[in-house]
Write a protein that binds this ligand. Structure first.
Ligand SMILES: [Zn+2]
Ligand SMILES: [Zn+2]
Length: 100
């Protein structure tokens, strides 16, 4: 079984590594519209990064009706990804495929 699976509802595509998963989520899925600032951001990792980095926990909790556990889960996904992949390289690949 592949260790990386797209967690977006109804998808379930699986990949050999985190980088491929993130590129898939950012390019194969519709953009996510931020509930806080209405920005269109690529789905998956970039949507999480946008919400946590641009807005912070308190705003995220209010806008998404999220719990402290939800935040912790997203922060751990984000940290795991950032420890595993070269995010700059992923950004380049997503740009090449027109994800931004
Ligand atoms: Zn997917
Ligand atoms: Zn936003």
């Amino acid at each position: 079984m592949s260790p990386w699976q797209c967690a977006i509802a109804g998808c379930g595509a699986s990949f050999d590594d985190a980088e491929a998963t993130i590129v898939h989520q950012a390019t194969a899925h519709d953009h996510h519209t931020c509930k806080i600032c209405d920005a269109a951001v690529p789905e998956g990792y970039f949507a999480i990064r946008h919400a946590l980095d641009e807005h912070g926990r308190a705003e995220y909790v209010r806008a998404y009706d999220a719990s402290a556990d939800d935040i912790r889960e997203r922060e751990s996904v984000k940290a795991e990804i950032e420890a595993t992949v070269d995010v700059d390289r992923v950004v380049e690949r997503v740009e090449e495929e027109g994800g931004f």
